[in-house]
Design a protein around this ligand. Sequence first.
Ligand SMILES: [Fe+2]
Length: 134
Amino acid sequence: MKDQVKELLYQMLETELGGVQVYTTALECVVNDELREEWTKYLEQTRRHVDVMRELLAKLGLDAELQTPGRQVVHHIGESLVQAMQLAQNSGGPPEAAELVACECVVFAETKDHMNWELLSKYSRKSGDRDAPV
Ligand SMILES: [Fe+2]
């Protein structure tokens, strides 16, 4: 398997791990009940995605703990999103403002997540069955 594909898989795991942190923090900022319900659902889904990625890496004989430069960047961005929400939460402003910041952070996190899966499925379609991880 190409190194770039391995890199993508590691970034995918890291994105899901960051996603769990993002949703957990976002749920501390939430005011609206429907949004709380929605994010609780997505937190569970993201936890399942972490398991899916760990299983996929194991199936391919890849060490899920291995750090790559790209993975560290993804990790840093995830942490920054969490910090941004905490900053908004502790700013002394109205809770709705922190909720809005949380909405933005969730969008950032999910955008990367969707791009990862999109890229992996494009790669799988193009490369045929032999080299495709999924
Ligand atoms: Fe996900």
